[in-house]
Each structure stands twice: as structure tokens, then as C-alpha cells.
Design a binder for this molecule. Structure first.
Ligand code: ADP
Length: 272
């Protein structure tokens, strides 16, 4: 392995914890696991597992960067970097054309704009309210007794989308229960929920300004119904990252990319 630079990114989110190992710009392995009440332990576990899957030991890793909501708990990281910078670095490394990023995670949502060199220009964030985040859909999918991974396919079966007027997740849940009792179909309710989530997210996008190319990152980017609704609401094409990479690991990828940039500077001293 000597001579090849191996870096890692560990992204401790509110809902999932991710670790990714990269060598000279190529992803060797990654792990996505549930977050826990002990983020320091979970960070160590996902990191060790990603090294194992990559066929390396932790000593082979030159530099580790921690990110995400729980980044301060990645105690073995050489540095912690905000998830905004990491999503920017991760998305840009996959696609240099990207200028706007929407990251929809478990309990927050961010709109990020980049300049032509991939540098952060502006961002807007909602981490105060479940509406417009993965949590909103997690709660609703439980009420509808549908797995979260099925929402996208069910959205495409909708004939008469329901209108969800409540912004607050708690009231929207009651509204969904009423719709079920009134006989609305599950696909119609789901499409209504995706449209409602999108209304919240688009406010953030309008704040930073929409520039093509637009990509969506975070676990919710795997939901094709959300991508459809966002594309309709914003009136623009959304480039899918999913054919190239799991959008849920973009933050961890960005952390590993930042770690690579830092190698040769402060991380190098500790790696030798
Ligand atoms: P965080 O980093 O904030 O913990 P993630 O980016 O990992 O959040 O996203 C978690 C959210 O992604 C979950 O709350 C869930 O709503 C959504 N999600 C995860 N997997 C899927 C899937 N296969 N299809 C649709 N949504 C998903």
C-alpha cells in the first residue's frame, strides 16, 4: 500500500452513520449503518467495518475527516469539517458541472450553491422542523404501513394526488389518517406528501438561488417521488447521482476528499 494515499470520511448523521475509504480518488468501500445514542462508538464501528471491507487496516489510512451532526464525536478523526463543505466537495468530485446541491437527510435539509470552481458560494438550512426532512416521510410511511424504500414507486402510481395542507408534521400525520379514513389511495397520499415536502425544500433553494446543474444528496435522494416533485416544483431537470453513486454517502465521500486535500499538510505529520 505504501505510496498510495488512503483517506477516510466518517459522516455521523442524525439518522444514519456512514464511513467511506478512498484510495487515490477511488472508493474502496463504504458502510451505512443506523446512528445510535452512542455516536462515538458507532463512528468507530462503521469506520472499522469500512476498513475491513476495503481489505486494509486503520494504520493504512493517512487521514480521516469526520463530518455530520455528530462529527465532534468522531474522536479518531484528524479533523472535523461541516457537512455543508463535505456535501459540496463530495458532489463536485462526482460531477464537476454541479452548481446547486439539495441535501435531504434524516432531520435536516440544506440547499448549497457552488461557484464554477466547486467552491462554496452560499447555503440555506432547515434543522428546526421535521417538515422538509426525511423524518417527515419516515413518520408518514409508518402511518401508511409502507417501507420507506417503496415510496418512490408508489408515487408513480398516483392518479389524483391528495393535497396535504398542514406544514407541521404532527398535524400532517392527522391529515394523513383522515385521508385514509376518507378512502384516499395510498399512492395519492404519498404523492401529496412528496409535494408537501418539496414546498418546504424549494424555499431553501430559492434562498440560495437555483443554478444548473442541480443534484440531490442524502438518503431522501433515493426516493424517486421526491426527485419528481422537486423537478416539477423548481421547473428544472435534476441530474441523478444514483446511476453513479449512492447519494446517501456523498457527505462521507466529501469528507474523504477533504482528507485527501489535507494529506501532505497537517494529517501527514500524524500519519508517518
Ligand atoms: P442523516 O445523514 O441526516 O442521518 P441520511 O442522509 O442518511 O440522513 O438520510 C436518512 C433518511 O433517508 C431517512 O430518514 C429516510 O427517510 C431516507 N431514506 C433512507 N433510505 C431510503 C430509501 N431507500 N428510499 C427512500 N428514502 C430513504
Amino acid at each position: 500500500m505504501r505510496g498510495d494515499i488512503i483517506t477516510a470520511g466518517v459522516d455521523i448523521g442524525s439518522t444514519t452513520s456512514k464511513s467511506l475509504v478512498m484510495m487515490d480518488g477511488n472508493i474502496l468501500a463504504y458502510v451505512i449503518g443506523p446512528s445510535s445514542a452512542n455516536p462515538a462508538r458507532t463512528a468507530g464501528e462503521v469506520y472499522q467495518e469500512s476498513c475491513k471491507r476495503a481489505g486494509i487496516t486503520e494504520k493504512d489510512v493517512a487521514c480521516v475527516v469526520g463530518t455530520g451532526y455528530g462529527r465532534a464525536r468522531v474522536t479518531f478523526a484528524h479533523e472535523n469539517v461541516s457537512e455543508i463543505s463535505c456535501h459540496a466537495a463530495g458532489a463536485y468530485s462526482v460531477m464537476h458541472e454541479v452548481r446547486t446541491i439539495i441535501d435531504i437527510g434524516g432531520q435536516d435539509c440544506k440547499a448549497i450553491s457552488l461557484d464554477n470552481n466547486g467552491h462554496l458560494k452560499n447555503f440555506a438550512m432547515n434543522d428546526k422542523c421535521a417538515a422538509g426532512t426525511g423524518r417527515f416521510l419516515d413518520v408518514m410511511s409508518r402511518v401508511l404501513e409502507v417501507d420507506i424504500s417503496e415510496l418512490g414507486a408508489l408515487d408513480s402510481e398516483s392518479q389524483r394526488p391528495a393535497s396535504i395542507s398542514n406544514v407541521c408534521s404532527v398535524f400532517a400525520e392527522s391529515e394523513v389518517i383522515n385521508l385514509i379514513n376518507e378512502g384516499a389511495s395510498v399512492p395519492d397520499i404519498i404523492r401529496g406528501l412528496h409535494n408537501s415536502l418539496t414546498n418546504r425544500v424549494s424555499v431553501l433553494v430559492n434562498r440560495v438561488g437555483l443554478n444548473a446543474d442541480l443534484v440531490v444528496t442524502g438518503g431522501v435522494a433515493k426516493n424517486k417521488g421526491v426527485i419528481r416533485a422537486l423537478s416539477e416544483k423548481l421547473g428544472t431537470r435534476i441530474t441523478s447521482l444514483e446511476s453513479r453513486i449512492d447519494p446517501q454517502i456523498i457527505g462521507a465521500l466529501g469528507a474523504a476528499v477533504v482528507a485527501k486535500r489535507k494529506f501532505g499538510k497537517e494529517c501527514a505529520a500524524e500519519a508517518i
